[in-house]
Write a protein that binds this ligand. Structure first.
Ligand code: 5RP
Length: 235
């Protein structure tokens, strides 16, 4: 299976949720980037929407494609957010933040009437946790915060957590989010109690946000070589 074809198919299928007059949240990552590309084609064909990006990377891409953007401060209602995911469990709970945009992604998804997740089918898992859980933390005190994150993971059932500061691809320096925070990538193996883990992480001073997106997605679109499957979940 070509991963890019699978991502493209998932992204293309999300267009059916877009209607004239909507304000859209634009996700971040390679799958979301395909959606932005397809959306730009629709706009060129006359679709009327406004959008708010979830990262500087997506802002630059959307700008380059001529998608009308509005500053987040001016947004009154977001009808639909379309975003990717690193893992999706059978209840549409997600791990996100592989691209480091989890804070803005969560703010925008949480403010949206509907979150549609687009992903290649390999992102579907039985239990969350194979993908390292990203946790955004303030640079100040991050080693103290990292220990608290480790404890929180252990106390909520993660057997052997590993907490690692994300570095820039060029090496050496810490990766910085758009908000100039750090990311701790937390090796979990499996997260048996996502709700408890999410609550424990949210309670730690220094944790800005974590990559568990629980009970947020109502629609998941899984793409493969052939097309895409649309899964709907109860609210
Ligand atoms: C960025 C994200 C992305 O949605 C996630 O990493 C999936 O990316 P991709 O579509 O490239 O696999 O959460 O913070």
């Amino acid at each position: 299976m070509s991963l890019d074809d699978a991502k493209r198919n998932a992204a293309a299928a999300a267009l059916e949720f877009v209607e004239d007059g909507m304000t859209l949240g634009l996700g971040t990552g390679s799958t979301a980037a395909f959606f932005v590309e397809f959306l730009a084609d629709e706009i060129a064909d006359g679709l009327l929407i406004k959008a708010v990006p979830t990262s500087e990377t997506t802002r630059r891409q959307a700008d380059a494609y001529g998608i009308p953007l509005i500053p987040v401060e001016h947004v009154e209602r977001i009808h639909l957010t379309v975003d990717g995911a690193d893992e999706i469990d059978p209840n549409a709970n997600l791990i996100k933040g592989g691209g480091g945009a989890l804070l803005r992604e969560k703010i925008i998804a949480n403010a949206s009437d509907l979150m549609v997740v687009i992903a290649d089918a390999s992102k579907s898992v039985d239990v969350l946790g194979q993908f390292p859980l990203p946790v955004e933390v303030t640079p100040f005190g991050f080693t103290i915060t990292a220990k608290k994150v480790f404890d929180a993971l252990r106390q909520t059932g993660v057997a052997r957590p590993g907490v690692r500061l994300r570095e820039q691809a060029s090496g050496g320096k810490p990766f910085l989010t758009d908000g100039k925070n750090y990311i701790l990538d937390c090796k979990c193996g499996s997260i048996p109690n996502p709700l408890e883990t999410a609550a424990a992480l949210a309670n730690i001073p220094g944790v800005v946000e974590h990559g568990l997106f629980l009970n947020m997605a109502r629609t998941v679109i899984l793409g493969d070589d052939e097309g895409a499957e649309i899964l709907e979940f109860e609210s």
